[in-house]
Design a protein around this ligand. Structure first.
Ligand code: TXA
Ligand code: MG
Length: 351
């Protein structure tokens, strides 16, 4: 156990004293949680094998799930990646700094502790001013997974980090809520066709516009024996209460969700609902806990609120969560992916 120091910073213009203090912790091999535009990361010096290993212990993360290396600038890519293809350069120019992670061949300087023994490395350049300032001040690439306990929901606020990692991280830079709210898109460039391993902050449509052909890998189902890539296990990013996801045409989807809520209430369950803003009124007559994550027409807003809404349902002590789907357009695909994983495959498709 360590004493966790929380340092408030201004998100748009972080104070240099706080940044210098956190950077010194990274240089000394310690752990710093910091906001990125997607979610909070749990950072360590990516060139220090021991520091990187301590991330896995702090999170209770299995060592086979590799870390993302964060750089301040796309120019630094050769520090992390052995080969930088023309496609990688083009994507970097279009989307960095920003919520896109590229999987590339690993450069020798990146310890295999970071890549879980693999010969590929995941790299991104975060856009958040606090992340930018921290990486620059530390002067090293920063390995950082999301700053949650393994299997839990990614943190979008410093209080979420504290709830999961108090006593396990040296410093938390509190820069307020993160603007995107879901993790980066992980795109593999080491497969024959560029492949989305995890939908996220950069939409599939935006990648297709640049690349033409893009595959999307589905998370593995419990029956699938081996994962095609790390991080593809279906149950991940889960609230404590079991969650069921409802998909389909909105009116029918909400009707099915309502019937299920009534049935769980009749069985004595404490029911939590994850809905769109406009659905709230329809469910007002039921004794349920409702979290509205934003208007369904604005998936960018829903993505921002999603994880805080799920954590709020957990804190309210519900015994079952029923969530609606928000479509697959734009950030809707990332929202669907996270809810599908949270549901561990328990998805009701309404015709
Ligand atoms: O937005 C984000 O990506 C946040 C912020 C902090 O940058 N980070 C994040 O890291 O979500 P993490 O570790 O929670 O998720 C990284 C994902 C995991 O699913 C991991 O399996 C995958 O990226 N990944 C990492 N290295 C990989 C590699 N070499 N090949 C394939 N997948 C990799
Ligand atoms: Mg994570």
């Amino acid at each position: 156990m360590v004493e966790t120091l929380v340092l408030p910073v201004q998100a748009s213009a972080p104070e240099s004293e706080a940044i210098a203090r956190a950077a010194a912790v990274l240089q000394a091999g310690g752990l710093v949680a910091f906001p990125t535009e997607t979610v909070y990361g749990l950072g360590a010096n990516a060139l220090d094998a021991q520091a990187a290993s301590s991330i896995f212990r702090a999170k209770d993360r299995p060592v086979y799930d590799p870390l993302i290396v964060h750089l301040a600038d796309g120019e630094d890519l050769p520090i992390a990646a052995a080969q930088v293809s023309a496609v990688a350069r083009e994507l970097a120019a279009c989307f960095w700094p920003g919520p896109l992670t590229l999987v590339l061949p690993r450069a020798p300087r990146i310890p295999t502790e970071v890549t879980s023994g693999g010969e590929t490395v995941a790299v991104r350049v975060p856009a958040h001013p606090v992340a930018q300032a921290l990486i620059r001040a530390a002067g090293v690439p920063v390995a950082a997974p999301s700053a949650n306990r393994f299997g839990r929901i990614s943190p979008t606020r410093a209080e979420h980090v504290l709830a999961d990692l108090a006593g396990r991280v040296d410093v938390i830079l509190d820069g307020g809520p993160t603007p995107v709210g879901v993790e980066s898109t992980v795109l593999s460039l080491v497969m024959p066709v560029p492949t989305i391993l995890r939908p996220g902050g950069i939409s599939r449509e935006a990648l297709v516009a640049i690349l033409g052909e893009v595959r999307v890998l589905e998370p593995i189902t419990p029956e699938t024996e081996t994962a095609p890539a790390p991080g593809m296990a279906l149950q991940h990013y889960a609230p404590r209460a079991p969650l069921t996801l409802f998909r389909g045409e909105p009116a029918a989807m909400l009707a099915a969700l309502r019937d299920a809520a009534q049935a769980y209430l009749d069985a004595g369950e404490r029911v939590g609902l994850l809905l769109a803003d406009e659905d709230g009124a329809t469910f007002r007559d039921l004794p349920v806990t409702v979290q509205c994550a934003g208007p369904s027409a604005d998936v960018t807003r829903v993505a921002q609120q999603l994880f805080a809404s799920l954590r709020a349902l957990d804190r309210a002590g519900v015994s079952i969560i029923l969530a609606r789907d928000f479509g697959a357009a734009g950030l809707g695909l990332a929202i669907r992916d996270r809810l599908t994983r949270a549901a561990a495959g328990d998805v009701v498709r309404v015709a």
